[in-house]
Design a protein around this ligand. Structure first.
Ligand code: PRT
Ligand code: ZN
Length: 297
């Protein structure tokens, strides 16, 4: 595969749990994706970027080898790949992307009791993540065997081929449906943005800078809210203290009402119902919380 000098190549999952949110993020950053059904690449029309569509397991290797300049992959897959290669093939992780959150957990049949990690000594554990698991056990001084499985790991105890499993858990429904209990989270994961350690052209570096700033803008606008309320002027100091992550609020007078003001502020942290209730108790009324579509610092 010949590398383009100017068009940035990003390896992304073609289909699966990561793919939808990856494409949603790329679209939210304003990329216009020209899909090519069945093709290996999607071309971005408004920035010099190509998307390389692959299985998630191939992404860390492609980024390390420079087949792709960037890659979006779960931390679980990246960590397993790096440990499997004795940490000799680590790309650079340049951003945690805040989606595809899940945990890698040890789970036992519901019928088994659990005291502590020592219960895993001399047991056989089915997993798709033998390197992460063995590294974790080594730190805890546990000696156990791993049975490497790819797919349907949760059925291993029922089949009698393993005593326990170590698998990705999101809602916990799969464990429950298979009569298993989550006893220990050994690794927390989310989608990562990886960057190759190979030298990049100035054009590619510039595109990465632009992309990172847009990713940050998307992340901030998701968390950030615009909040508006009316209040007696005397309540301003108390209300300002209650506004989560807000810089100096904008204060305006209300026509015909000498002692009342309107307060507008950008809150960089989540605004919960509890926050709104506290604002109300401190004297605010007509409280409105609005989403922010785009932000550029
Ligand atoms: O085909 P390809 O190799 O690209 O994809 P894949 O089948 O290997 O991976 P895919 O698409 O299933 O998952 C991609 C990534 O999504 C994973 O590597 C994780 O980083 C992340 N992710 C987030 C998950 C889950 N949530 C998840 N729930 N990956 C897998 N699961 C599975 C888990 O293995 C178990 O079978 O869902 C089941 C548990 O879910 P709950 O909700 O029942 O607990
Ligand atoms: Zn995979």
């Amino acid at each position: 595969m010949q590398m383009e000098k100017t068009r940035l190549r990003i390896a992304v999952q073609k289909k699966g749990r990561l793919a939808d949110e990856t494409f949603a993020l790329l679209k939210a950053t304003g990329l216009t994706i020209k899909e090519n059904k069945g093709g290996l690449f999607y071309r971005i029309k408004n920035l010099p970027i190509d998307l390389l569509l692959v299985r998630d397991d191939d992404i860390p290797g492609f980024v390390f080898d420079g087949v792709a300049d960037l890659g979006i992959v779960g931390a679980n897959v990246y960590e397993e790949y790096a440990l499997n290669n004795n940490n000799q093939r680590r790309a650079q992780c340049i951003q945690e992307l805040g989606f595809s959150h899940c945990n890698l957990c040890l789970a036992l049949p519901n019928t088994e009791g659990y005291a502590d990690l020592n219960d895993f000594n001399n047991k056989t554990i089915a997993t798709s993540y033998p390197n992460i698991l063995q590294t974790y056990f080594k730190k805890g001084g546990i000696s156990a065997s791993t049975l490497e499985m790819h797919g349907s790991v949760e059925v291993a105890p029922k089949l009698g081929i393993a005593d326990a499993i170590c698998d990705i858990v999101s809602s916990g429904a799969t464990l429950e449906a298979n009569g298993l209990q989550n006893v220990k989270t050994i690794f927390s994961s989310q989608a990562l943005l990886l960057k190759t350690t190979k030298a990049l052209s100035t054009e590619k570096k510039d595109t990465i800078t632009k992309l990172l700033s847009r990713f940050e803008g998307v992340r901030q606008s998701k968390e950030t809210k615009y909040i508006m309320m009316n209040a007696p002027r005397s309540a301003l100091p108390a209300l300002t203290k209650l506004l989560p992550g807000a810089e100096a609020p904008t204060v305006m007078h209300l026509e015909g009402q000498k002692d009342s003001i309107a307060i507008h502020a950008v809150c960089r942290e989540s605004v919960f119902w509890e926050t709104m209730e506290s604002l109300k108790t401190a004297g605010a009324s007509s409280i409105l919380v609005l989403p922010i579509e785009k932000m550029l610092a």
